[in-house]
Ligand binder design. Structure first.
Ligand SMILES: [Zn+2]
Length: 301
């Protein structure tokens, strides 16, 4: 069982002092992917005149823009960082950067596959997003009394970047790890092989705190991440068991694997099963005919 943290004390637009170097403002965009909404983080000292970075300005929302601008009033925004290009994270980056006098926007390259599943879901991509500086991962960003390291964490999105605040051994993990839920890994842009490798990379760093974009922080990352990882491996084992039991298609597996879940969620569940099957085909444990698509026929090697 994953020790989810679903209690989260917040108010939309309020500035919360979350740690000596971290403040957070939550946008009023709750939903099935965003939980209570997007948490925009401000990194740096609270003092007037201090230089700060802002992580994931969030969705295009005037009230949220005003709230984050008010939070950094009298300070200098030296960097705007974006974890990935989904619409609940990236669109406000440019308007915010311009409103504070042209701070540079830093993020990874565009995603390999642009997602437009619904036209309105938060997991859709913001096509118009263009960073000023493209991060590859490993860069150190030196600010006024803080240092952030970019950590490439593909999986939820092919261009997902997490940001380590070295001064507090903390990680702004975007949507890579969420305290309230497992993360959506939906092909084609989501990739389970990458996701598991990124999870292992975060586990290896032994961070003291994880600050997801949505919801409360994870204050005991080691047991949480171990359970998070075990959950994925458990799901993979269940997929293999369905193949062993004679299922050949995703459509056959999902009703059994997700019997406890509302049928309206089965299309989304199918994407997750597909992500596991692609990873299993890639590692040589499963064969897909003719290739690993949503409709393909799968069997164990
Ligand atoms: Zn996302």
């Amino acid at each position: 069982m994953i020790p989810f943290v679903r209690e989260f004390a917040f108010e939309y637009g309020r500035v919360d002092r979350a740690s000596p170097l971290i403040r957070r403002v939550v946008a009023n965009n709750p939903g099935p992917f965003t939980f209570t909404g997007t948490g925009t983080y401000i990194v740096g000292r609270y003092a007037r005149g201090a230089g700060v970075a802002v992580i994931d300005p969030g969705p295009l929302d005037d009230a949220h823009l005003r709230a984050v601008l008010a939070a950094v009033e009298g300070q200098t925004v030296s960097h705007v960082l974006v974890t990935h290009t989904h619409r609940d994270h990236a669109p406000l980056a440019r308007p915010f950067a311009e409103a504070v006098g042209g701070a540079p926007v830093l993020a990874a390259r565009p995603p390999l596959h642009t997602v437009h599943a619904s036209g309105s879901l938060d997991e859709d991509d913001d096509d118009s997003f263009v960073p000023d500086v493209i991060l590859k991962g490993g860069e150190r960003i030196n600010g006024d009394g803080w240092t952030i390291e970019a950590l490439a964490t593909p999986g939820h999105a092919s261009n997902h970047m997490a940001f380590a605040l070295l001064d507090e051994n903390a990680l702004f993990c975007g949507d890579h790890v969420m305290g309230w839920s497992t993360t959506v890994v939906a092909p084609p842009d989501g990739d389970m092989t990458d996701y598991m490798a990124s999870l292992d990379a975060v586990i290896a760093r032994d961070f003291a705190t994880l600050w997801p974009t949505h919801g409360a922080p994870v204050t005991q990352p080691a047991p949480f991440l171990a359970a998070y990882r075990a959950h994925r491996l458990g799901r993979e084992a269940q997929v293999l068991a369905r193949l062993q039991a004679g299922d050949g298609t995703i459509a056959e597996m999902v009703p059994t694997l997700y019997a406890a879940v509302d049928g309206r969620l089965w299309p989304a569940a199918s994407l997750s099963v597909w992500a596991h099957l692609i990873a299993l085909v890639r590692s040589g444990r499963v064969i897909a005919e003719p290739e690993p698509t949503l409709q393909a026929i799968y069997r164990i090697v």
